[in-house]
Write a protein that binds this ligand. Structure first.
Ligand SMILES: C[S@@+](CC[C@H](N)C(=O)[O-])C[C@H]1O[C@@H](n2cnc3c(N)ncnc32)[C@H](O)[C@@H]1O
Length: 245
């Protein structure tokens, strides 16, 4: 990732990317879920479902860690699919607060624990989890390699990591249409409803600067993962990366 451009939420030279990311998600937490559904035309739900399907290849009796859990959508989807030991970890206390309300409302308190923490310094021992998921979080890490190495460290020998992240569509015609929406329409709607003028311009800019497809798989291999499979979703707008030790 050394030649990658570092895109930060507010372009503030005085503050590290990680602090800016925390500030940004604290600020947009109240509108985050609703905007997600609107801006993705609800497609994001399908991507999470497919991630759960891949998790299930390993059976249900597993310890699950959802990194960058945000408002806990993927943690809730995992618990609803039958996983009973799910931990969700995130930097943003405000995102977690909305997540806690959702977990409580669904009666999933016995199955999901939500923890404030940093993915680049996980508060867990080696081999603590059998399945690690991370949806739209990796792009926001201050140091991608450090975050991926931490996933590798806390994963059990036979476990798997599933990272869901935006990627770049390969079809030129579709990419042109999609980029028009992503760079022009989405930031306008995002600003209108979230009140944050940067969050939804940071989104396409950070995706454009982030490794996609095999380039991201290479980053996972650099962090120690032996096998990485790419599962592109919806013309490659997003990819599920499935990795093992
Ligand atoms: C785009 S949201 C995704 C939330 C959720 N996974 C989802 O799919 O809706 C990204 C989340 O990553 C979290 N995040 C970013 N960097 C992090 C880090 N270093 N450690 C923990 N969480 C982090 C942010 O606070 C934010 O809640």
């Amino acid at each position: 990732m050394t030649d990658q451009k570092v895109v930060t939420p507010y372009g503030d030279q005085e503050k590290a990317k990680k602090e800016q990311v925390e500030d940004m998600f604290d600020a947009i937490a109240p509108t985050y879920d609703r905007l997600n559904r609107v801006l993705s035309f609800n497609i994001d739900k399908g991507w999470r479902k497919r991630t759960i399907k891949l998790m299930k290849e390993d059976g249900l009796d597993k310890r699950v860690l959802d990194i960058a859990t945000g408002t806990a959508d993927l943690a809730i989807a995992s618990a609803s699919a039958g996983y009973s030991q799910v931990t969700g970890l995130d930097l943003s206390e405000q995102m977690l607060a909305f997540g806690r309300q959702k977990v409580e409302k669904r009666g999933l308190n016995p199955n999901i624990k939500l923890v404030k923490g940093d993915s680049e310094a996980l508060p867990y021992d080696e081999d603590a989890f059998d399945i690690i998921t991370c949806a739209f979080g990796a792009r926001n890490f201050g140091n991608l390699n450090a975050g991926l190495k931490e996933m590798h460290r806390v994963l059990s020998q036979k476990g798997q990591v599933l990272i869901l992240e935006f990627s770049k569509p390969k079809n030129k015609f579709f990419k042109a249409l999609y980029y028009f929406y992503f760079f022009r329409v989405l930031p306008f709607i995002g600003k209108l409803f979230s009140g944050d003028s940067r969050a939804y311009t940071y989104l396409p800019e950070s995706v454009d600067a982030f490794p996609s497809g095999t380039a991201f798989a290479d980053e996972m291999k650099k962090a120690g993962f032996k096998t990485v499979k790419c599962h592109p979703q919806t013309f490659g707008i997003c990819t599920i990366y499935q990795a093992r030790k």
